[in-house]
Design a protein around this ligand. Structure first.
Ligand SMILES: Cc1cc2nc3c(=O)[nH]c(=O)nc-3n(C[C@H](O)[C@H](O)[C@H](O)COP(=O)(O)OP(=O)(O)OC[C@H]3O[C@@H](n4cnc5c(N)ncnc54)[C@H](O)[C@@H]3O)c2cc1C
Length: 416
């Protein structure tokens, strides 16, 4: 209903991204009798979903490699445990299947549409909203939210105003404009900082290794407990690949506080301990005493990387294996297990970039995602202080929190 330029709905969802559109679809299914609208700032909904996973949309993960949920969700693991028990990755699989989307599970546990086309996910959600009667208002950037006598009013930059009995904020990563929109609402905000970035390293020798991939490296931040492991990619600016991205996610706040300056310790031999590494090197040296060390690099390390490691251990390029000696060997093991790499900044990861921080979880009821201090106000998706590493976990958070909020809103509206 619209009166004097004001639109009235039972439920309004601010932000038509993954979480908002999913929430809208589910709320419309649960409450076909209620009027539901989505207001989105963009010229169309789900713009980010369209570019996820390099245009293929890594929409969830089988969690098979996750031993502890905190590994996947450095912020919000407890909330996610609860939300995943309501709507987990298998439910996501079934949900999209039932909407006609065939999915594939890759060897790395990531799930994609079989079409390898993120637009299929976008169209599925958009069609379902249309089918279930959800009104979508594009180009409506909500700038202020107020609540009076049981009614929420959202003002948009275009001059429209939307009134609703229930309101969900699903506007994505907490940018300054989203924070200013939420000013006045009774929720505290965990300071937003970037997560999932790569590390800029000044060392020209390291940069000269551009294109080198180490299948399994360990990374950690000197003087802290933050550590990660996985494939590491050396680029023309520094460290990238899963082992670097995960580390950036685990240490997002620490790194922001330290202005992205730190020393990253790289273990080039993956999970091998110092003793195991020393044994591998000892065997290499003793099996080829007359050969040059640079010609007998350990398995998994390229000869370019091995030459760099030898250089950092202070060994001449033409040194023979028999000349390395105990001191040389100790230095090699030290660099192989704990190479100190100076980091002087961060670079945005082109594939994925999420915000750590947002609406504090202590202000929302974890079983409904309703604001503890203002009934009728709900949150879902990245606007919450929940974020994940790469691999489909962020979109799974959007689906799971979207589902929990949809059920919470449905109960709220049903009780009015
Ligand atoms: C390049 C890239 C690739 C990614 N790939 C993956 C991937 O493959 N797998 C994965 O799991 N995650 C991926 N992510 C992360 C994932 O996209 C997000 O975690 C997810 O989209 C969050 O969903 P959301 O609905 O909370 O926010 P968003 O999808 O960001 O949606 C928020 C919506 O709110 C709208 N909005 C913002 N402010 C306002 C306002 N004031 N008024 C009205 N509307 C507003 C925006 O226009 C937007 O449509 C990727 C991220 C990026 C940037």
């Amino acid at each position: 209903m619209s009166v004097d330029g004001k639109h009235f709905f039972d439920a309004l969802i601010v932000g038509g991204g993954a979480a908002g559109c999913f929430l809208a679809c589910e709320l419309a299914r649960l409450r076909p009798d209620k009027s539901i609208a989505v207001a989105d700032a963009g010229d169309t909904t789900l713009k980010k979903v369209a570019i996820t996973g390099g245009g293929r949309c890594n929409l969830t993960n089988s969690f098979a490699a996750i031993r502890n949920l905190r590994e996947a969700y450095p912020r919000g693991d407890k909330l996610m445990r609860k939300c995943l028990s309501v709507f987990g990755w298998e439910d996501t699989w079934k949900w999209f299947n039932s909407e006609g989307v065939e999915l594939v599970l890759q060897d790395d546990n990531c799930v994609f549409p079989a079409s390898q086309d993120a637009m299929q996910i976008v169209r599925t959600l958009q069609n379902l909203m249309r089918k279930r009667g959800v009104r979508v208002f594009s180009g409506e950037r909500i700038t202020a939210v107020s609540h009076e006598e049981g009614l929420f009013t959202c003002l948009s930059s275009s001059g429209s105003s939307f009134c609703s009995k229930a309101l969900a904020i699903t506007a994505g990563g907490a940018t300054p404009s989203i924070l200013s929109m939420m000013e006045g609402l009774p929720v505290s905000i965990e300071k937003p900082v970037p997560s999932l970035f790569t590390f800029k390293c000044p060392d020209p020798l390291l940069r000269s290794l551009m294109g080198t991939v180490v299948g399994n490296a360990c990374t950690s931040i000197a003087g802290t407990k933050f550590s990660s492991s996985g494939p590491l990619l050396l680029t023309d600016w520094g460290l990238s690949g899963p082992a670097a991205l995960k580390l950036s996610s685990y240490a997002a706040r620490f790194l922001s506080e330290n202005e992205y300056k730190c020393t990253v310790l790289v273990g080039w031999m993956g999970d091998l301990s110092r003793e195991e590494t020393a044994s591998v090197i000892g065997k290499l040296l003793s099996s080829s005493p007359k050969k040059q060390l640079k010609g007998v690099h350990p398995e998994g390390l390229t000869s370019r990387l091995w030459t760099y490691i030898m250089g950092k251990a202070g060994l001449r390029e033409d040194i023979l294996c028999s000349e390395v000696g105990a001191k040389g060997m100790n230095r090699l093991v030290e660099v192989l297990c704990s190479d100190q790499i100076k980091v002087e900044g961060r670079a945005k990861f082109k594939e994925e970039f999420v915000t750590c921080g947002g609406v504090s979880l202590k202000d929302v009821d974890s079983s409904t995602l309703q604001c503890r201090n203002l009934p009728g106000l709900f949150f879902a998706g990245e606007v919450l202080d929940v974020d994940a590493i790469t691999g489909g976990f962020n979109l799974q958070a959007a689906w799971s929190t979207g589902m929990v909020a949809a059920r919470g809103m449905s109960s709220f509206l049903g009780a009015l």
